[in-house]
Design a binder for this molecule. Structure first.
Ligand code: AMP
Length: 427
């Protein structure tokens, strides 16, 4: 395992050529992030790479820059119909568009020499087929649409020289295992493979053994998390919406991304906030792709200031200078907590994550903390304090062994008061 050095001062020192370097200067990238410092030379050398990097760490550029460079330098590329030279597989449609946009942006000084195509579901397949007719130097795709295009002979993967599997853990947790197998079967044996994953559960490990040939491995501790201030507020369940509205109004954040656990909660919460004078849009998997794109674009360009989303927005999505992420409901998986909060504080900017927990979530949040090796102080907001005693209906939900014995009258539990602080009038 290799630890990245973050002492590299410039992209030129990593071997990045002028057309790319000049573009990075225009974009204001002064120096490489740790994941870029580690993987760029490795990818340029042609080796397989396994990288453990958190979202927001700059990992798109970590693979896009060296791959674009290699593609631009390779001689006599076959541009016949449907031939793909580099395939980037990502788990969600939004990420496919975002990664393709990054490739396009980084390649802008190659004067159209490299063709970059995005292919994902939910939109018409015809335009994507048309774009693939003259082949693609880079195809960024979600697995389902890629297989559809393959089945209709709109593309050929037999000449892929570089394959990137981005967010491999997410891909598997979304149930793409079978699709992934089919894509792998369509790829040539001889190719460079890069695998990025924030976490390494068993299935991802199995995949790395199968996919990678003597890879260079980098497991990077993102500096990003330390730039995100994390606050946890205890509140009674029925007061969560009022507290949320209070925080949004009090802090006057330019934008806020609010995570909830279910699609219908998105709509309910938006209605409740609207009654309190806060206009919010929703983003979840039941919305048509056109609407999803419109909402996300609106949020990215600042037209929408409050967005309520399910965990489909938790990964990969890059929103510039997002001041705050609010966990209205907890995510199921501890990893998703880190992904959610990573929407704020991108690329070293200061960020804030506020998590609202009601009694029934105390235990689960403890698990999230333990798994992520963090320990946060519980705070209270004056006027919205959680009852020190756990309400009876919450106690009733607990496991049988936790139920009080004896009298038949339920005993109430006390909160650990020493761990609660007041979050005063912070602006
Ligand atoms: P990613 O992890 O690829 O989603 O990147 C997160 C954000 O960091 C994006 O907005 C990138 O444009 C930005 N970024 C990536 N690399 C750098 C860099 N070296 N310097 C400044 N910003 C960067």
């Amino acid at each position: 395992m290799t630890q990245a050095s973050s002492s590299v001062a410039s992209f030129a020192e990593l071997g990045i050529i002028a057309p790319l370097g000049n573009r990075l200067t225009e974009l204001g990238y002064v120096s490489p992030t740790p994941v870029q410092a580690a993987t760029i030379p490795a990818v340029l050398s042609g080796r397989d790479v396994l990288a453990g990097a958190n979202t927001g760490s700059g990992k798109t550029a970590a693979f896009a820059l060296p791959l674009l460079q290699r593609l631009s330098e390779a001689k006599s590329a076959d541009k016949s119909a449907g031939v793909v030279r580099c395939l980037v597989l990502v788990p969600t449609r939004e990420l496919a568009q975002q990664v393709a946009d990054s490739f396009l942006s980084y390649a802008s000084h190659f004067n159209g020499q490299l063709k970059i195509v995005a292919a994902f579901g939910g939109v018409s397949v015809n335009l994507q087929m048309q774009s693939l007719r003259a082949g693609a130097d880079v195809l960024v795709a979600t697995p389902g649409r890629l297989l559809d295009l393959l089945a209709s002979n709109a593309l050929k993967l037999t000449q892929v020289s570089a394959f990137v599997l981005d967010e491999a853990d997410r891909m598997l947790s979304l149930g793409f295992t079978e699709e992934l197998e089919q894509v792998l079967a369509a790829l040539p044996r001889q190719k460079q493979t890069l695998l990025f994953s924030a976490t390494f559960p068993e299935e991802v490990r199995a995949l790395t053994t199968k996919l990678l040939h003597q890879p260079l491995e980098y497991h990077l501790q993102s500096e990003q998390e330390s730039t995100i201030e994390q606050r946890v507020i205890t509140v009674n369940r029925e007061q969560k919406t009022a507290l949320l509205a209070h925080l949004i109004k009090q802090h006057q954040w330019s934008q806020a991304l609010i995570f909830v656990s279910a699609k219908n909660t998105c709509n309910h919460l938006a209605q409740k906030l609207s009654k309190r004078g806060i206009s919010a849009e929703v983003f979840h998997g039941d919305k048509a792709q056109g609407a999803r794109t419109r909402v996300l674009d609106g949020f990215k360009n600042g037209e929408i200031s409050v967005l309520i989303a399910t965990d489909i927005a938790a990964r990969g999505i890059d929103i510039d200078k997002l001041p705050v992420v609010i966990n209205f409901d907890l995510p199921r998986s501890p990893a998703d907590y880190m992904h959610r909060i990573g929407r704020s504080g991108r690329a070293g900017e200061a960020g804030l994550a506020v998590t609202l927990i009601s009694h029934e979530e105390y235990h689960h949040f403890g698990v999230i903390e333990k798994k992520n090796k963090i320990k946060l102080v519980r705070e209270q907001i004056p006027g919205f304090e959680a009852n020190a005693e756990i309400p009876l209906e919450v106690l009733a939900q607990e496991k049988p062994q936790a139920k009080p014995e004896g009298t038949g009258k339920k005993k109430r539990k006390q909160l650990p008061a020493a761990n609660v602080e007041f979050w005063g009038k912070k602006s």
